[in-house]
Design a protein around this ligand. Structure first.
Ligand code: ATP
Length: 457
């Protein structure tokens, strides 16, 4: 993450087909972003790596893909219809809207946490410290009001009659409501987890920092159902597994830290985030929560259906405790981009930007580059063979130096050059993105050479 700033990342993303502003030709739609051809590959690889680690490789975790629109009673049971709101303040001078807790945390440069403060305490702090509007610099605030974060839409059933439904603000309710379906159909024994990757929607007061906080985003999360007595051990193990996953996709240890919550929800037994050193500073990347039996108990109460699990060995009947691990795919994408970004000065004095993604996360594994256009037939043939195995990119435009730079900027780990010797002896040059070293190998060895170097284990 050498010399990285948010502007550099946003510009690179636009120039290189990673992420574009949403609805750009209409002037955009605030805080929505579209993934381009390169970005969608990176994000899919992030999701694949996460799913492989937490679902595929764990015999006690089962995946689901639940509906975004759920019976509105789900949100009564979860408490969202009553409580899912943030404390908002408007600047009366410039009409910009802010979260009061963020104003305090930014003003104190992270030294004061507003997590445990009441609205009155936050207003008091802001008034005593004369916290100014970050946009216009004035001190002219409205009182704090609670701002609802759920997007509402409606479903017409009869002419003139409409039922309110919500775009889900979190994916986990899809796991809770399917707890018994999964347990019975898969003959799962507690402890087991249900995992999901899917879209969530929040009418955030202050979205921003590129894809860090948006109104539509993807979550990758799992809910582990366990016996109450096992809760803390499982909670600790997920803290470590969540951290290890990040280290294994090339995060530096120095850029990660645990942050325990100052204030717990009344039902929670423990809660902690992993913070990452984003370009704008340390911020939450993911959360791990010990949620006690709260979620299943509430669904039992509101649905009238028993959520109890019958232990087949002890015959004990109980409502399982839930340990939740949740990470935003887009927020992780921003962290991955930040971590991968490097500016380097080369021996010849030129500079390059290189995205040092883990090869499993890289959008394409190989770039196929004919040294000259008149040998492109052989190169196209090789490209067509390789892209059946892994995502590849073909580039014949411009000098070879420029083409290497382009591949570096989107983090392609291997560039394969076809030259006149290839036509004679079927060997190619393979250039390593990070070391820039080049080796000569036979085309028949190429697939194996690359395959061995792009695995995520
Ligand atoms: P924050 O405090 O940043 O609002 P949160 O504590 O409300 O986040 P959770 O509800 O625990 O977040 O959601 C789990 C994860 O989902 C977060 O750690 C983050 O990675 C991601 N996430 C939450 N809200 C957003 C958002 N508006 N945009 C992008 N990702 C988000």
């Amino acid at each position: 993450m050498s010399n990285v700033t948010m502007d550099k990342i946003v510009n690179l993303c636009k120039q290189r087909g990673i992420i574009f502003q949403g609805s750009e030709i209409y002037g955009g739609m605030g805080n929505t972003w579209d993934y381009g051809p390169v970005g969608v590959e990176i994000k899919n690889n992030i999701k694949r790596a996460w799913w492989k680690r937490f679902v595929q490789e764990d015999p006690n975790t089962y995946g689901v893909d639940a509906a975004i629109l759920m019976n509105p009673r789900v949100w009564d049971a979860s408490g969202h219809t009553q409580n899912f709101s943030d404390p908002k303040m408007d600047c009366k001078s410039c009409k910009q809207r802010f979260r009061a807790d963020n104003l305090i945390e930014d003003h104190s440069k992270g030294k004061v946490s507003a997590e445990a403060m009441t609205n009155e305490q936050m207003e008091e702090y802001i008034n005593e410290n004369k916290v100014k509007c970050p946009h216009c610099g004035n001190f002219n605030w409205t009182n704090i009001r609670q701002f609802k974060l759920m997007f509402e839409t409606s479903r017409g059933t009869l002419d003139g009659e409409k039922d309110v439904v919500y775009l889900r603000p979190e994916t986990c309710q899809g796991e809770y409501v399917n707890f018994l379906n999964v347990q019975r159909s898969m003959r799962a024994k507690v402890p087991f987890a249900i995992a999901q990757i899917g879209k969530s929607f929040r009418n955030e007061i202050t979205p921003g920092n590129f894809i860090f906080r948006t109104i539509e985003f993807e979550q990758m999360e799992l809910q582990m159902f366990c016996k109450e007595g096992d809760g803390f051990n499982i909670y600790d193990s997920y803290k470590e597994r969540a951290r290890q996953f990040l280290l294994d996709i090339n995060f530096s240890e120095d850029h990660l830290k645990f942050h325990d919550h100052d204030k717990l929800a009344f039902y929670a037994k423990a809660a902690c985030d992993i913070f990452y050193l984003f370009p704008m500073g340390w911020s939450e990347l993911n959360g791990i929560h010990h949620r006690s039996t709260h979620d299943l108990s509430r669904h039992q109460e509101f649905s009238g259906k028993s959520m109890a699990y019958l232990d087949p060995v002890t015959n004990e009947k109980y409502i399982p405790t839930v340990i939740e691990y949740s990470i935003g795919a887009d927020r992780l994408m921003l962290a991955v981009l930040t971590e991968a970004y490097h500016e380097e000065t080369l021996e010849n004095g030129e500079s390059r930007v290189v995205m040092k993604f883990h090869p499993a996360i890289a959008p394409y594994k190989v770039a196929v580059l004919p040294l000259q256009k008149n040998i492109n037939e052989k190169a196209i043939e090789l490209y067509q063979k390789l892209c059946k195995k892994f995502p590849c990119i073909y580039d014949e435009a411009g000098s070879i130096g420029k083409r290497y730079r382009r591949q570096d900027e989107i983090g392609v780990p291997f560039s394969v050059t076809i030259d006149f010797d290839t036509l004679e002896d079927n060997t190619v040059t393979v250039r390593d993105r990070d070391t820039m070293e080049q080796i000569r190998i036979h085309v028949d060895e190429l697939e194996k050479y690359i395959e061995e170097r792009i695995q995520f284990n």
